[in-house]
Ligand binder design. Structure first.
Ligand SMILES: [Zn+2]
Length: 282
C-alpha cells in the first residue's frame, strides 16, 4: 500500500490516494473549505475530515481502499492572512465567481476549478461528491444546502447523504438542511458544480454554526468547541462509508470491520437496501 498525502495552500490542495486498483474507475470525493476567511469553524471541520481519513481507524482504511479524496482546505489563503471576513485580497467574494474565475483575480478558485473540470473530462474518474465547508453566523447546528434538479430521482438521491450524516452526528440537523436555486447563489461552488457534473454527482454546501447546536429531543444549546467542529468533520468522513455501503461498493470489506463509533454519535441505521428506500421516501 502506498500513500500520498500532501497539504498546502496551493490550489491543488491536499491529495490522499491509497491502494486503488490500477485501471479501475476512480470515485472521487472533492472537499473545499475556508473560501470565506472569517468562517474559521470550517477549517476545524475540514481538519476533522483530514485527521480521520489519514488515521488508522478501520473505517478510514476502508474508505481509502475505495475512494479518492481530494481536499483543498483553504480556498482563500490571502483573505485569511489579511484577516478579511469574506473577501480575497482583491476584494472578491470568491464563492460568487465559480462560473468564470480569472487566473489573476481568483487564482485559487481558478486552479481548483481547472482540476475539477479535468477530472470531469477524464473518463476514468467519477467525481461523485463535492462538499464546500462554511460557517453560519445566525443558524444553529450543522446543516447542508443542496441543489434543485428537474430529475426527481436525482433530487431525492441528493437527500441521502445529509440524512445519513444526521444519523451519525448529533449536532447535524436534517430539518435545517434545504435545497434551493436562488439567483444570488448562482456563482457558488455548490450551484455551479451541481449544474456541471453528471447525474450521479452531488454537490453540497456544509454549514456549521459559529455558536452552538441543539441535540434532538432537548432544548439546551450546546456551545461549539474546536473539538466539536472536528468531530463533525470525522462524522462527515465516516458517513461516506454508510453511503457507499448502501450502494454496495464497500459491502464486503465491512464484514471484517469491527464495530466502532465515536462517543456521542448514534449508531448508523443505514445497513440495508430497504433503508435506502425509506431514506428516499421519507
Ligand atoms: Zn461562507
Amino acid at each position: 500500500m502506498t500513500m500520498e498525502a500532501r497539504c498546502s495552500c496551493c490550489p491543488r490542495g491536499m491529495f490522499i490516494t491509497v491502494n486503488l486498483r490500477p485501471g479501475a474507475e476512480q470515485k472521487v470525493v472533492f472537499i473545499t473549505a475556508r473560501v470565506h476567511p472569517g468562517e474559521t469553524p470550517s477549517s476545524f471541520v475540514c481538519q476533522g475530515i483530514i485527521d480521520f481519513l489519514v488515521s488508522q481507524h478501520p473505517i478510514a482504511k476502508v474508505l481509502r481502499d475505495h475512494l479518492v479524496f481530494k481536499i483543498a482546505p483553504m480556498l482563500n489563503p490571502d483573505g485569511v492572512y489579511l484577516g478579511n471576513y469574506r473577501c480575497s485580497l482583491m476584494g472578491f467574494d470568491l464563492n460568487r465567481h465559480w462560473a468564470n474565475p480569472s487566473p489573476w483575480a481568483h487564482p485559487t478558485l481558478h486552479g481548483v476549478k481547472q482540476l475539477i473540470v479535468e477530472m470531469y473530462n477524464n473518463p476514468k474518474i467519477n467525481l461523485e461528491f463535492y462538499i464546500d465547508i462554511h460557517a453560519h453566523s445566525t443558524m444553529m447546528n450543522g446543516f447542508m444546502y443542496g441543489n434543485i434538479f428537474e430529475n426527481e430521482e436525482r433530487f431525492q438521491r441528493q437527500a441521502i447523504f445529509p440524512k445519513l450524516l444526521c444519523q451519525n452526528a448529533e449536532d447535524f440537523s436534517y430539518s435545517s438542511t434545504s435545497f434551493n436555486r436562488d439567483a444570488v447563489k448562482a456563482g457558488t461552488g455548490r450551484r455551479f458544480l451541481g449544474g456541471l457534473l453528471n447525474d450521479t454527482s452531488y454537490c453540497y454546501t456544509l454549514e456549521v454554526s459559529f455558536y452552538s447546536y441543539i441535540v434532538g429531543g432537548t432544548t439546551a444549546a450546546v456551545p461549539y468547541t474546536e473539538e466539536a467542529y472536528m468531530k463533525l468533520g470525522r462524522n462527515v468522513a465516516r458517513t461516506f462509508l454508510d453511503y457507499y455501503r448502501l450502494n454496495s461498493l464497500v459491502e464486503r470489506p465491512l464484514a471484517s470491520t469491527p464495530k466502532t463509533r465515536f462517543s456521542g454519535a448514534t449508531t448508523s441505521k443505514a445497513k440495508n437496501p430497504q433503508l435506502l428506500l425509506n431514506l428516499i421516501t421519507t
